[in-house]
Ligand binder design. Structure first.
Ligand code: HEC
Ligand code: HEC
Ligand code: HEC
Ligand code: HEC
Ligand code: HEC
Ligand code: HEC
Ligand code: HEC
Ligand code: HEC
Length: 492
């Protein structure tokens, strides 16, 4: 049994390592003896790598999947062994389609880290480099392992990009797994994203990669840390590179119904209820609370906020994966004539109903029409929820029209309310200000999908409250009954 050094006791580790930089101490016990005999053995961590390997070390023990790094970083080794990366080579071989061109992404070498010349497996063909090991992300470890306490620590990058020569995207790319291409076009990546908030205090916890990790207590070392780079919401923000506790190595589960524990909702919950001190501020990413029907909107005085009744199907237990069901829909596009593989959509555009090109491949452009030809509504049907794409589209359009109508009526009423009711500095939060917040909630087109019943109920109750408070009458034709789902009762 190897006397492995505890990672969380780095002080002690360092002392021992200074003495034994190239070997670990093996501790053999004679089983069953009281006066156990302790035999110390030196075991080499690695054989000298070939020069063409580019200082990559790979496995100490191929059979047990003990990486050279894992001799000292025991906890990381244990966690990594549970990930799919540790089985990438077997997965490739078992596919029956393995060939040389596949190997780079299923082994350790220049892909994923800052090295660009061919190295590791592709340079040597040695089995010690099989699987996506530590050095795939961290880069070659020879220098560090020889001098662990020097400043030559191989740090993994957080940044990724379509043209980047480092990071997860070097492997998680191309038509079979275009994660990085889709991500890059999404607003978590570069597409229409707002980089100016990535490092801004008060915003960075959700708008920036470094800030989000900090806010989540991930204070580990990575390549760009503390360098002031503007890092977006990259792969390793959502995915834990080492830990497979949650499915797909996610840092937080996607099926949690707690807004502070659910991966998406941790960020998508900035302001779902009014800021009483700043009544001018409208909703800001209210999707998490709205979907669950918890702590959302201004509650009008005549509103019966019944916990059982304000949750739509989309936020109910019937939809276990919540946001991810709709926003991370993956599917394969095949050529209709031949049935041949064309493209594997990974869902990393995060678009529930993306516009598609002529072949059916999702695009980042969102300007196409709301119809089932120009868009894919596959996420609505593949989860078994809606019978057809048309049915889902029609439900959405009805809800959106109804809510837009209520918002328009509420806005008309609010225009009749004296301006003094909207004084931001009077320290009073008025019915008009509350109703205005709810109109903002209804203005967000997706509210009609995330929770049509609650949105409608808040709007109808707000209209009633504005009428009652200010004596401004809504047009008689306006139906103030909740017609979308009869899910909610508005009391008097
Ligand atoms: C011989 C033991 C040993 C081996 C093998 C080893 N490390 Fe380390 N590693 C250490 C020690 C000790 C530190 C702490 C250095 C310090 O803080 O001065 C460290 C620090 C690190 C850090 C930075 C963590 C921090 O908090 O500063 C990373 C990343 C890292 N190692 C990755 C690797 C990788 C990747 C490998 C395999 C190529 C590897 N290590 C192999 C002993 C080892
Ligand atoms: C050297 C290439 C390579 C690099 C670099 C790489 N991956 Fe992978 N990744 C793979 C391969 C290959 C698999 C499939 C392994 C298998 O299932 O056999 C995989 C699987 C995964 C899975 C498992 C999927 C599941 O369903 O559980 C996740 C998640 C993942 N990678 C995320 C990442 C992240 C995040 C990074 C960067 C921090 C990264 N990968 C870097 C090649 C790579
Ligand atoms: C550009 C890098 C890259 C190349 C080249 C590549 N793969 Fe992969 N492969 C990946 C990644 C990344 C994953 C994980 C994707 C995911 O989880 O959706 C993966 C997953 C797989 C899986 C699923 C693993 C499992 O255990 O379920 C198989 C099988 C596979 N690849 C076979 C191949 C074959 C065969 C080839 C060559 C024809 C190949 N790969 C070439 C990156 C690559
Ligand atoms: C608790 C997380 C969180 C914090 C903190 C946060 N935001 Fe956001 N913000 C989000 C999310 C999530 C979105 C995307 C969802 C959306 O557009 O509704 C977003 C969207 C935005 C948008 C686009 C809104 C739109 O309607 O398209 C702007 C502008 C913005 N944020 C600015 C800021 C600024 C400035 C700060 C700091 C003062 C900040 N945010 C702090 C989570 C946050
Ligand atoms: C898929 C890419 C990937 C793989 C594989 C990977 N790492 Fe990491 N590692 C990262 C990233 C990214 C970070 C920084 C973010 C984090 O800690 O979650 C990191 C952080 C670390 C740290 C810093 C911890 C600290 O406290 O500062 C150590 C040590 C480390 N990794 C060691 C390892 C070892 C050992 C292995 C293999 C058993 C390994 N890593 C495999 C990407 C990877
Ligand atoms: C905003 C969070 C987020 C970001 C950023 C993100 N992912 Fe994911 N990823 C997810 C979620 C959630 C799932 C699970 C989807 C599901 O269950 O349907 C997932 C699934 C995956 C899978 C498993 C897919 C499968 O079915 O095999 C891989 C591989 C993966 N992501 C890689 C990446 C890579 C590479 C990047 C960066 C280019 C990335 N992810 C960025 C949230 C994210
Ligand atoms: C680290 C915080 C964070 C996490 C985690 C996160 N998001 Fe986001 N998300 C944001 C921010 C910030 C934006 C807006 C970026 C911008 O526009 O500048 C955004 C944008 C989006 C958008 C695009 C909004 C639009 O108007 O087009 C969607 C959709 C989205 N996120 C869904 C998700 C889903 C689903 C998850 C969980 C898998 C998730 N997000 C996880 C912070 C986050
Ligand atoms: C039932 C499917 C479904 C679920 C569940 C779902 N969404 Fe959406 N979401 C949509 C649809 C559809 C749209 C686009 C509405 C449109 O443009 O017509 C959307 C739009 C968005 C937008 C775009 C910004 C906006 O408001 O227009 C963001 C951000 C978003 N969703 C985040 C989330 C988050 C976070 C969750 C989980 C709390 C979630 N969604 C759950 C279907 C869903």
């Amino acid at each position: 049994m190897a006397d492995r050094l505890e990672e969380d006791e780095m002080g002690q580790t360092r002392r021992k390592l200074a003495l034994l930089p190239l070997s670990v101490v093996g501790l053999a016990l004679t089983a069953g003896c009281v006066d156990e005999k302790i035999v110390f053995q030196d075991r080499e961590l690695f054989e000298e790598p070939l020069a063409v390997a580019g200082s990559f070390l790979g496995y100490t023990d191929h059979t047990t999947k003990l990486t050279v790094c894992g001799n000292c970083h025991i906890e990381k080794q244990g966690n990594w062994e549970e990930t799919a990366h540790a089985n990438a080579w077997a997965g490739l071989q078992d596919s029956g389609a393995a060939q040389a061109v596949c190997e780079g992404c299923h082994t350790v070498g220049q892909l994923g880290n800052t090295v660009s010349d061919v190295a590791g497996y592709e340079a040597t063909g040695e089995e010690r480099y099989e699987d996506v090991q530590c050095e795939a992300c961290h880069g070659p470890g020879l220098e560090h392992v020889q001098n662990p306490t020097d400043l030559t620590v191989p740090l993994a990058p957080l940044n990724v990009g379509v043209d980047a020569t480092q990071g997860c995207g070097e492997c998680h790319s191309d038509s079979h797994h275009p994660f990085v291409e889709e991500w890059n076009a999404s607003r978590h990546g570069g597409g229409a994203n707002r980089p100016q908030y990535r490092n801004r205090e008060g915003c960075d916890a959700c708008h920036g990669g470094e800030g989000a990790l900090r806010a989540w207590g991930v204070n580990t070392e990575y390549l760009e840390k503390g360098q002031g780079d503007e890092i977006g919401i990259t792969c390793a923000v959502c995915h834990d590179p080492h830990d497979a506790t949650n499915e797909h190595q996610l840092r937080w589960p996607i099926d949690s119904r707690n807004v502070d524990e659910n991966l998406c909702m941790k960020c998508h919950q900035r302001r779902a209820i009014p800021d009483l001190d700043n009544p001018q501020r409208g909703p800001h990413s209210p999707q998490g609370p709205l979907l669950l029907g918890e702590n959302v909107g201004w509650i009008p005085p005549n509103f019966a906020y019944n916990d059982q009744l304000i949750r739509g199907t989309h936020g109910s237990d019937a939809n276990a994966e919540l946001c991810a069901t709709c926003h991370l829909n993956s599917y394969t596009v095949t050529d209709p004539a031949s049935g041949d593989f064309v493209f594997s959509a990974t869902g990393h555009l995060f678009k529930p109903t993306p516009c598609v090109d002529a072949a059916g491949i999702p695009t980042a452009d969102d300007s196409c029409g709301q119809n089932v030809t120009e868009r894919s509504f596959d996420s609505c049907t593949s989860a078994g929820c809606h019978g057809s794409e048309d049915a889902a589209l029609s439900a959405k359009l009805i809800a959106q029209a109804r809510i837009a109508n209520l918002v328009a009526e509420l806005d008309d009423l609010l225009a009749l309310v004296p301006a003094t009711e909207f004084d931001n500095d009077d320290g009073i939060f008025t019915v008009a200000e509350g109703a205005n917040f709810n109109a903002g909630l209804g203005d967000i087109v997706s509210s009609a999908v995330h929770n049509p019943f609650l949105t409608e109920a808040l709007l109808t109750a707000s209209i009633q409250a504005v009428e009652d408070t200010y004596g401004v009458p809504a047009p008689p034709a306006l139906v103030l009954e909740n017609i979308l789902g009869s899910k909610i009762t508005v009391g008097n």
